[in-house]
Design a protein around this ligand. Structure first.
Ligand code: CMC
Length: 357
């Protein structure tokens, strides 16, 4: 009851999370037919078919124009904003964008995180922002805005795989938040801003930074067993493991692990880091099985997200912002579905406080 487990709060055509079988279907496609196969723009044509053209090329051009528009907000980065973490800076910048239920508002929301996150990372390092290039795809441009260089095909494919993999996932906490706000008819910008706040928490999209903290603390594979046992005996949760819905392995973890293997050393994946992560994953799963035999606690999306985004050069305080750059497609699609098919979301609470005198 306290976490609304098993409550069906919306009907959706967007995605199905099959927790028992560890399967994710987005817009009628299995995740393995999307991740590594389609670009983020192609994913948007599936998520927003009645808003966008069905042509990936046309969406690519529209999204590029929206990136150019978002970049104008980057000129107003002030010192207070830059002193925040990248994800909190993203939240502040997103709050400055116009609201409404028009297509132009939706496109700007979808484009903006990919522009703001690299600009904030660079500003925190004392570097000038790199403007978008409308000739590039969304993932390629996000990487180019981060480094100032043309990214390799391996790295573009890795980021596209990530953005597509996390683009939608049923009625997770941030998507539910987006639908609640959209149901009040506040507008897409308000829905995305509220969703971003929900995403930031470590029990949802804030886990990958702490996953790297865990790898740093373990330091070497032979330390993993003792370190993880110590955490579990203190009642700590292991970041990157467990899920509310999955009672099998999170299929997104496998999609991202495959992306890491494709990225390889040539794309920036450190083989020693991957070996450490694999040892930690193995030992963590064994330790969780021993400590919680009645509960299936498997690797979730955040474990390999951490390694992939680190290999792509994103700092850990930006990981939730990069997650938002992918999930924003789902947020807008759900907000739109809610506006078109739903009503004001207004559940009830049961009063258990003191009786009035
Ligand atoms: N490490 C250790 N114990 C755990 C973990 C974990 N990662 N996850 C759950 N448990 C235990 C928990 O302590 C509880 O034990 P007990 O019944 O003895 O008190 C039991 O499993 C059930 O936990 P719960 O909190 O009722 O389960 P939930 O469905 O609310 O938890 C979760 C889901 C993701 C919040 C949780 O697994 C967790 O905290 N994981 C670590 C954080 C993390 O990886 N977050 C990213 C989630 S995936 C991204 C997304 O899709 O949003």
């Amino acid at each position: 009851m306290s976490g609304l487990d098993d409550v069906i709060a919306a009907e959706t055509r967007l995605s199905e999370v099959d927790g028992l079988n560890g399967r994710l279907v987005i817009c009628g496609h299995n995740l393995d037919a999307l991740a590594g196969q389609k670009s983020f723009e192609a994913m948007l044509t599936l998520l927003l078919p009645d808003l966008l053209s069905t042509s990936e090329k046309a969406v690519r051009a529209e999204l590029a124009q929206a990136r150019l528009q978002a970049f104008r907000a980057v000129a107003r980065l002030d010192r207070d904003l830059v002193s925040l973490s990248v994800t909190e800076g993203l939240r502040a910048l997103m709050a400055r964008l116009p609201d409404g239920e028009d297509k132009s508002v939706a496109m700007l929301q979808v484009a903006a995180p990919a522009v703001f996150v690299p600009a904030l990372i660079r500003a925190k390092a004392g570097q000038e922002p790199v403007p978008p290039d409308a000739g590039r795809g969304h993932a390629a441009d996000m990487l180019a805005m981060l480094t100032g260089d043309q990214p390799s095909e391996e790295r573009i494919n890795a980021l596209d795989t990530y953005l597509v993999t996390v683009s939608d996932h049923g009625l997770n906490a941030s998507t539910f938040t987006a639908r609640v706000v959209a149901s009040t008819r506040a507008g897409y910008a308000s829905a995305v801003l509220a969703a971003l706040g929900a995403l930031k928490g470590p029990l949802h999209g804030g886990a990958p930074g702490p996953v790297l903290d865990m790898l740093d603390a373990v330091a070497t594979p032979d330390n993993a067993t003792a370190w993880l046992a110590g955490e579990i005996s203190c009642g700590e949760r292991l970041m990157g493991f467990g899920h509310r819905i999955y009672r099998a392995r999170d299929p997104r973890a496998d999609a991202l692990k495959a992306a890491l293997n494709r990225l390889g050393a040539a794309g920036g994946m450190d083989a020693g880091r991957l070996a450490l992560a694999e040892a930690v994953e193995r030992e963590a799963l064994a330790a969780l099985r021993a400590a919680k035999p009645d509960r299936v606690l498997e690797t979730n999306v955040e474990f390999f997200t951490a390694l992939l985004l680190e290999a792509l050069g994103f700092p850990r305080d930006a990981f939730t912002g990069v997650f938002a750059a992918g999930r924003v497609g789902g947020w807008i699609a759900h907000a739109r579905e809610q506006i078109e098919t739903g009503r004001l979301i207004r559940p009830q609470s049961r009063y258990v406080g003191p009786k009035a005198a």
